[in-house]
Every structure is written in structure tokens, then in C-alpha cells.
Design a protein around this ligand. Structure first.
Ligand code: ZN
Length: 177
């Protein structure tokens, strides 16, 4: 929907002439019409406000943080639960992207963007948990705590790619329904 703004008019009660009020002007700024008649204010005309419609279309590009945080939490939970199956961790990282892209419901580009944010947050947390608690990975910690950051970063990038694809798929599913 486009933004709308009311445009005020002054109408002369003598000659019937109109004057369109400019931004910031009010009836109090005028003594009266040129003909000597008095002005009356009327708001009959509605004009589309372009600056408002621009801000709405910008809003469409935004990241939906609520869905991204929910999706990120799902990345962590699903990946940890499904990792007992072969490729389960990848599937667990991938599915939340589809869900977020579907929920955001704003085209495949926006689905990808929100998927990337979901994957980065979820993947980073997942990476920290994995390297800290996984008995196979945790011995790597003897190389220093920076290993946690590097591992989390890799997981975040990997998850971001999966969820970007998932976000696109989710948005396309939404479009089809
Ligand atoms: Zn007049």
C-alpha cells in the first residue's frame, strides 16, 4: 500500500476560489482572499506521498530478526539432534533456512538474506558447542582457545551457505502456494 497524505485547501466563501496549502502553511497564515472574502479550510484531496512509499519498499528489504533468531535456534537444535544420522547435521542446518525463507514471505532474494543471517548466528553457536563438547573435536582445544573461534567461523560460513539456499527454496515454496 502506498503512503497517503492529506492536502489542505482553502476556499474563499465569496468568490469560491481555491488555494492549495503548501507544507507548513495553515489557514492562520492568510488574512483572506484577494477579493476580500474569508477563507475556509477543507481537506478534500488525498495525494500519494512518494517519500512514504519509498520507506515502505525499503522496509521490505529488512532482515526479520525474530524469524532469524528462531531459525538460528533451530539450526543448533536440529543439527545436534540429527547428527547421529549420516549427513544429519547438514540437514539440520539446512531445514531452518527453508522455514525462515517461507515465514519471511518476501521473495527469494530476501529469503536468501534472512537465511544467511540465520545460518551465521546458528552456525556460530553450533560451532562453539560442537568443538567444546564433541569428544572427537574437543581434543583440538589443546591448540588454544582461538581454535573455538576459527571452528565456529567455519561452521557459520558453511551454515550460512546452506541456509541461503534453504531461504530461497522456502520463499519459492511460499510463492507457489
Ligand atoms: Zn475570494
Amino acid at each position: 500500500m502506498l503512503g497517503q497524505v492529506k492536502v489542505g485547501y482553502l476556499k474563499c466563501d465569496e468568490c469560491g476560489g481555491y488555494y492549495e496549502l503548501q507544507d507548513g502553511e495553515s489557514i492562520d497564515d492568510f488574512d483572506g482572499c484577494e477579493c476580500g472574502g474569508k477563507y475556509k479550510e477543507i481537506n478534500s484531496h488525498i495525494k500519494e506521498d512518494e517519500s512514504k512509499s519509498d520507506s515502505i519498499s525499503l522496509e521490505n528489504e529488512k532482515i526479520n530478526w525474530k524469524y532469524c533468531i528462531i531459525g538460528a535456534a533451530l539450526v543448533v537444535v536440529l543439527a545436534l539432534v540429527l547428527k547421529m544420522f549420516e549427513y544429519g547435521a547438514f540437514i539440520g542446518m539446512f531445514i531452518p533456512g527453508i522455514i525462515v525463507g517461507y515465514l519471511v514471505n518476501n521473495g527469494y532474494k530476501n529469503g536468501a538474506k534472512n537465511g544467511i543471517i540465520t545460518g551465521i548466528i546458528g552456525g556460530f553457536i553450533l560451532g562453539i558447542l560442537q568443538i567444546t563438547f564433541d569428544p572427537i573435536l574437543s581434543p583440538l582445544l589443546i591448540h588454544g582457545l582461538s581454535v573455538i573461534f576459527v571452528f565456529a567461523l567455519f561452521t557459520a560460513v558453511f551454515s550460512a551457505i546452506l541456509d541461503a539456499v534453504g531461504g530461497i527454496i522456502g520463499a519459492l515454496i511460499r510463492d507457489k502456494i
